[in-house]
Design a protein around this ligand. Structure first.
Ligand code: TRP
Length: 355
């Protein structure tokens, strides 16, 4: 049996640096490692609709945004299958059968669902589809027989839930589904990049995200106004690097080579931090350096984005072909599930059998 990756995103807007550091960059390196037999990346529009039922237009528009971001960061459709969740009905059939293997109490305990219900202020009006999306996510993962699911820490409860469903299914109906493993980000910091204002969460409404699609000038403006250390007033003052967004971003992006080429006064980030802590180093210099580092990382992404943005029909075709290929795999799994449950009434478990 092969090594198969499945992961995905809800298309609710453009992807930003948080997505890039937390998952996109990793996906590209997993793709380029050549260690995986198949890689599926899902645009989870049906999941996005579970809390956006009144705004399908937003989801529809975000699908192409997200797909273009994928291509721009270097996901290669020859190696990575990009698919649209809602166009694979087999996923929803699987979900129906898995719903019976999970209790309401178990879902109510799911920490991700709990906190999402809070932040969305659903109170007593939680849509049933939203409440049960972890089960639909189990269908996503098992349909593609994923062995490996690279996601952030916030998705760990989803994987836990999926593993329970797989265990339960295989116990009740016989060994059928593949047990998936989570692949967490290599460093904790990468799991959640803060907003440019220092707030833990990046959000469109707070205007504190840097988007992959932004121009170099826009990025520079955001970097130059980043939250640093409010007590670092004069250049000569000692500064704090903890909770200082500029340094957090440098932690995520700066490599020793960047110092060699851009700022040879320092060998690496620790030396720069030491100087900042001692005092005598101004924020503007550090911000300018971060901006250059980000330019180096983002320029190729921007260039690829510009190339792809003139080729929308090709992107749609990539999604169509990817979805069709993914559907075959999901159909294979659904067939195995139906056989295990003996509900393939017109197939091997023909309804007329014992009569
Ligand atoms: N829940 C994931 C998120 O909000 C998106 C997602 C949907 C997903 N289906 C998935 C992630 C399957 C991994 C595997 O980011």
């Amino acid at each position: 049996m092969g090594k198969i990756i499945l992961t995905g995103d809800r298309p609710t807007g453009q992807l930003h640096l948080g997505h890039y550091v937390g998952s996109l960059r990793r996906r590209v390196s997993l793709q380029d490692s050549g260690e995986y037999d198949e890689i599926f990346i899902m645009i989870a529009d049906a999941q996005a609709l579970t809390d956006n039922a009144d705004n399908p237009e937003k989801i529809r528009q975000s699908i192409l945004e997200v797909a273009t971001d994928y291509l721009a960061v270097g996901l290669d459709p020859e190696q990575t299958t990009i698919l649209i969740q809602s166009q694979i009905p087999e996923l929803f059939e699987l979900t129906t059968y898995y719903l019976n293997l999970v209790t309401v109490a178990r879902l109510e305990r799911n920490p991700t669902v709990k906190s999402e219900i809070k932040t969305r202020e659903f109170n007593q009006s939680v849509p049933v589809g939203f409440f049960t999306y972890p089960i639909s996510q189990a269908a996503d993962i098992t349909a593609f027989q994923a062995t490996t699911v690279p996601v952030g820490e916030d998705q760990a409860p989803m994987l836990e839930q999926t593993r329970e469903i797989v265990h339960k299914f295989n116990t009740v109906y016989g060994e059928t589904l593949v047990m998936p493993n989570i692949l967490l980000p290599e460093k904790k910091l990468w799991a959640r990049l803060p907003g440019t204002d220092g707030k833990a969460k990046m959000s469109k409404s707070l205007g504190n995200c840097i988007y992959l699609a932004e121009s170099a000038a826009e990025v520079k403006k955001k970097v130059m106004s980043m939250y640093t250390d409010p007590n670092h007033i004069r250049v000569s003052d000692p500064g704090r690097v903890e909770g200082n967004v500029v340094f957090t971003y440098l932690d995520a992006f700066a490599a020793d080579e960047h110092f060699q080429t851009l700022w040879p006064d320092y060998a690496n980030l620790s030396e720069l931090k030491a100087h900042y802590r001692r005092g005598g180093l101004g924020d503007v210099k550090v911000k300018k350096f971060l901006n250059r580092v980000l330019e180096i990382e983002l320029d190729p992404i921007r260039q690829r984005r510009a190339e792809w943005s003139g080729r929308i029909p090709e992107i749609v075709e990539i999604l169509k072909v990817g979805t069709a290929k993914a559907r075959e795999k999901a159909a294979e799994t659904l067939q195995a599930v139906k056989e295990a449950m003996q509900i393939d009434y017109f197939g091997d478990n023909y309804l007329g059998n014992n009569f």
